[in-house]
Design a protein around this ligand. Structure first.
Ligand code: NAD
Length: 517
């Protein structure tokens, strides 16, 4: 391989005043583009429809970050046509040529990294560190899949048969649909697009209506990088109008989805139905929610445990699929640990992402109301020791105070349902075995971890804890592309393991050719 070896994009050190200054300058520099209209991009053409919807800054919803075009049936039709046309050519490119185009895309993204970060801060309320990590992850996905695609280009290992040549190779499948969530607005969008494209498919990407601007900006970079028109098509719009239509369309070969369980299962069910004119069985990759837990036992380093819990529960306001929402602590150390976590959480600043606060606004009004609904019930389900409602004085955005609810009944809603906000439920366990039992008593199985000094217990937990990503003596968020392949068990999804060596296999099919001589 002629590319330089894969390595993760380094994170920016914001303790450096120069880095902080550069970030603030980037925020300033994008101001003139606030509120502009972002078109659909179909077959390389910018398409407007005469209808738009607004993307708002969650920290100050009076600011319109951008207006995105609303697609309707005619635009969807056009997008399928463009993707099918581009497929005929892109699928015949050599793996090297496709990977080269992606490595070029990563280079373009790297050059415009600060600009991408600034838009993330404005559109999703990510503070500097979170935006920087998200953009770095997006770049990692492109670089990583560009290299993995070359490995998949080799024939599969099969045995010989006398008098014949037998060759099994992987080939792309066709036109896929990519449906990402808003929380990793660039990283997941880019990762779930780059993978199928790297192995020769073409895609229609439909971002979350909460974050269409970053998707529009990404399409500018796709064009700048010279990815051929129609390989990646962008449609934005209302889920109620275009969501089912895209999934149901007989031309959709596969759906690469990341989001909530409810939407994922709906897509799974609809994609199973074969529509007139459809000549294949649709494939769905579904990465969904979590109710992620951290076990802390009485042998644990409690300083480490408290730091890990606060970072996992409250970074990006708990709006990560991997976020800690169930702290399972052994009774003997529970009072001490809860107090330590409370002290740390109390010191977190709550405010605007543009001011680089630790905890910022949650994504939109719907999510804000949903979280407040859970918090209204919290006093009956446990003991609220911190927060418990909106964050007063933080501003007019959707600010929720970091919240800790102790002694939560394991059967309570806040112990079982994904809230997706800065809300930590503490479940007290009698002992280590009880802690493991509580850990696995969930429909979800995405991330989790343990803080313990006992080798024996760590080994037991490594074996028994039913999650796709398990962390020992550290925080449970922040999986790195190529290092920690990511994806859950149980109702958290189909375990596709994004950023891992098996991921690209999901977007190809194998063809065996036998020739007798
Ligand atoms: P969501 O389910 O509301 O939306 C996800 C995507 O589906 C969005 O693009 C949305 O517009 C689209 N959508 C909604 N209805 C649709 C329909 N009927 N047909 C087609 N598409 C439709 O989720 P969200 O609020 O955007 O994201 C948060 C969720 O994502 C959380 O549950 C979180 O745990 C999960 N998530 C999972 C992972 C993972 O890797 N497992 C990563 C990030 C987020």
């Amino acid at each position: 391989m002629a590319f330089e070896p894969y390595r993760n994009e380094p994170f920016t050190d914001f303790a450096d005043p120069a880095a902080l200054g550069a970030y603030r300058a980037a925020l300033e520099s994008v101001q003139p583009r606030l509120g502009r209209e972002w078109p659909l991009v179909i077959g390389g053409e910018r398409v407007t429809t005469g209808r738009t919807f607004d993307s708002l800054d969650p920290c100050d919803p009076s600011v319109v970050v951008g207006r995105a075009a609303m697609a309707g049936a005619a635009e969807l039709d056009r997008a399928f046509d463009a993707a099918e046309t581009a497929y005929r050519s892109w699928s015949t490119w050599s793996a090297e040529a496709r990977s080269r185009a992606l490595v070029r895309l990563a280079a373009v993204m790297r050059r415009r990294k600060l600009e991408l970060c600034a838009w993330e801060t404005l559109e999703a309320g990510k503070n500097f560190r979170e935006a920087d990590a998200d953009v770095a992850e997006a770049i990692d996905f492109v670089e990583y899949y560009a290299r993995e695609a070359l490995i998949l280009d080799a024939p599969l290992r099969t045995y010989h048969w006398p008098g014949e040549e037998n060759l099994t190779r992987l080939q792309p499948m066709g036109v896929g649909l990519v449906i990402p969530p808003w929380n990793f607005l660039l990283a997941i969008l880019v990762g779930t697009v780059a993978a199928p494209v790297a192995v020769g498919n073409t895609v229609i990407v439909k971002p979350s209506p909460s974050t269409p601007v970053i998707a529009g900006l990404f399409m500018e970079l796709v064009e700048e990088a010279g990815i051929p028109a129609g390989v990646i098509n962008l449609v934005t719009g209302a889920d109620a109008e275009i969501g089912d239509a895209l999934v149901d369309d007989p031309r959709t070969r596969f759906v690469n989805f990341t989001g909530s369980v409810a939407t994922g299962l709906r897509i799974h069910e609809r994609a199973a139905k074969v529509h007139p004119g459809q000549r294949f069985v649709k494939r769905t990759m579904l990465e969904m929610g979590g109710k992620d837990a951290l076990i802390v036992d009485e042998t644990a380093d409690l300083e480490l445990a408290a730091d890990a819990a606060v970072a996992s529960a409250f970074s990006f306001n708990g709006q990560k699929c991997s976020a800690l929402s169930r702290l399972i602590v052994v009774d003997a150390v529970a009072d001490t640990l809860v107090a330590m976590i409370g002290e740390r959480a109390e010191r977190l600043t709550v405010g605007a992402a543009t001011d680089n606060a630790d905890v910022t606004a949650v994504i939109n009004e719907r999510q804000f109301d949903k979280i407040l609904g859970y918090l209204a019930d919290a006093p009956e389900q446990g003991q609220v020791v911190l927060g418990g409602g909106r964050a007063d004085g933080a501003g007019d955005g959707y600010f929720i105070a970091p919240t800790i609810v102790d002694r939560v009944d394991p059967a309570a809603r806040i112990a079982r349902e994904e809230i997706f906000g800065p809300v930590l439920a503490v479940l007290r366990a009698r002992d280590f075995d009880h802690a493991i039992e509580l850990f696995n008593d969930s429909d979800f199985g995405l991330t989790g971890g343990i803080v313990s000094a006992s080798r024996e217990r760590i080994e037991h937990a490594r074996r028994e804890c039913q999650v796709g990503n398990f962390y020992v003596n550290r925080k449970i968020t922040g999986a790195l592309v190529g290092v920690q392949p990511f994806g859950g068990f149980k109702r958290s999804g189909t375990n596709s393991k994004a950023g891992g060596p098996d991921y690209l296999r999901l977007f190809v099919e194998a063809k065996t050719v036998t020739e007798r001589f």
